[in-house]
Design a protein around this ligand. Structure first.
Ligand code: UGA
Length: 436
């Protein structure tokens, strides 16, 4: 049965959650205190790029099931389910996760929650956060409510598929009635045979952070292997293919290269490290620290290759292809591509950046580079190209066509997606990571 829901926090997760719930037939009110963002969404404009989401946003606005407000006080009192999707960034000193926005949301919700409403946390949080939020709300309202946790696992770039056909739904709850209500909200998804795992709230909080830290570990594992492959004359891509055919290991997340970035993996890795330390799991803490170090070393490795190819970088035009932390998103948070560009710039290079969608986000936050939306202009007169984000359009670059445009035909494929043979046959010096 359709439900009245609110979605609090309209970032990548919240907007997707709101649009998907409306698509499933529920009546959804999205809330964010950022008035500008709410204004854009009301006009049917997405504040970020996510494939396919625009259509769902249009659909929800047109059929009247999806609306947006800039204050929780405007959420209808008869709302059955409130989804908490606010950000939980790392604190400025890097020590911990800041759950302040969740507490602000809970405090603003207190006058709005109806008797027996359920509040569903979706943000990634330290263990025990749900307990604390529940007790805070309990201090502020005399109504009965249930607070349950339902971590999200969507990836940017594939957010719709991950939401509509997830590999699992995890529900952390000690209330059978709240669990049943949430399953009812998701019934159209669950009907597609999606496994639902119900567990206690603390375990559900840990599932998410442990998942992301494991993905980070897998990437650093293959990047560590790449260091050995480079020294021993082996091929990391071939090795990964062979490793991944063992179904216990699996093919995914074994692409070596510039390493992981974004708003989730780095944050959750350091969050999980902090949990390991706090709980005296010292060896595990050291393992997670090593994962982070291997990841950071990737930037240095590409810089080293650039220096080997060009000598002194001062004044050299280096074109970094890609700014987003991965393809199919305009998110540049902790993007390895931007981090690399920054290092090259600090070493005196004249850095130009191209990205098919993320340049406006770069423009908003960084001023050190020349940004060029035209690929040809960005590449013209370049001394070195570095493929840093594996957008489809870079995979299809034609080295013969590009050669007359550049000053020196040098390229580093830092994401292992180009054919060495094709580029070398066209007269380019070609370097990639993880090949001896
Ligand atoms: C990640 C998780 O994959 C999602 O399951 C999770 O829900 C989400 O975080 C979240 O916490 O909200 P996302 O940050 O969108 O999703 O990006 P990923 O697809 O995980 O990629 C992360 C980084 O790893 C990217 O920089 C990517 O280029 C890099 N990566 C990925 C590699 O370097 N090698 C690989 O083999 C795979």
């Amino acid at each position: 049965m359709p439900k009245i829901t609110s979605v609090i926090g309209l970032g990548y997760l919240g907007v997707t959650q709101a649009a998907v719930l409306a698509h499933l037939g529920h009546s959804v009110i999205g809330v964010d205190t950022d008035k500008n963002k709410v204004k854009l969404l009301k006009q049917g404009k997405l504040p970020f790029f996510e494939p396919g989401l625009q259509d769902l946003l249009n659909e929800g606005i047109q059929n009247g099931r999806l609306s947006f407000v800039d204050s929780i006080s405007a959420v209808p009192k008869d709302t059955d389910v409130h989804f908490l999707c606010v950000g939980t960034p790392t604190k400025p000193d890097g020590s911990d996760v800041d759950t302040g926005y969740l507490f602000k949301a809970i405090e603003a919700l207190a006058p709005v929650v109806s008797e027996n409403a359920i509040i569903v946390g979706r943000s990634t949080v330290p263990v025990g956060t749900a307990d604390q939020l529940e007790s805070r709300l309990g201090q502020l309202t005399s109504r009965n409510f249930h607070l349950i946790w339902n971590p999200e696992f969507l990836s940017e770039g594939t957010a719709l598929r991950d939401s509509l056909e997830p590999e699992r739904i995890v529900i952390g709850s000690d209330s059978p009635s709240a669990e049943a209500l949430l399953k009812d909200v998701y019934s159209a998804i669950i009907a597609k045979n999606v496994p639902v795992i119900t567990l206690d709230r603390r375990t559900s909080e840990l599932v998410k952070i442990a998942s992301n830290a494991f993905l980070a570990l897998k990437i650093s594992y293959i990047n560590g292997v790449a260091e050995i492959a480079e020294k021993t004359g082996a091929s990391t891509s071939k090795l990964a293919e062979a490793l991944g055919l063992d179904s216990r290991i699996g093919q995914k997340f074994l692409n070596n290269g510039l390493g992981f970035g974004g708003g989730c993996l780095p944050k959750d890795l350091s969050g999980f490290s902090a949990i390991a330390k706090e709980n005296g799991a010292h060896n595990f803490y050291n393992l997670l620290q090593a994962v982070e170090k291997i990841n950071l070393d990737r930037i240095g490795r590409v810089q080293e290759i650039a220096k080997n190819m060009l000598g002194d970088l001062t004044g050299k035009k280096i074109t970094v292809l890609g700014a987003a932390f991965k393809p199919n998103t305009d998110d540049i948070r902790l993007s390895p591509a931007i981090e690399l560009a920054r290092h090259l710039h600090q070493n005196g290079a004249d850095v130009w950046i191209h990205d098919p969608v993320a340049l406006p986000k770069v423009l908003d936050s960084i001023s050190d580079f020349t940004l060029n939306p035209e690929l040809e202009d960005a590449i013209s007169g370049s001394d070195l190209l570095v493929l840093a984000t594996e957008w489809a359009e870079y995979r299809q670059l034609n080295p013969t066509v590009l050669k007359p445009l550049v000053r020196k035909s040098l390229i580093i494929d830092a994401r292992n997606v180009l054919s060495r043979k094709l580029w070398q046959d066209a007269g380019w010096s070609f370097e990639k990571l993880g090949e001896g």
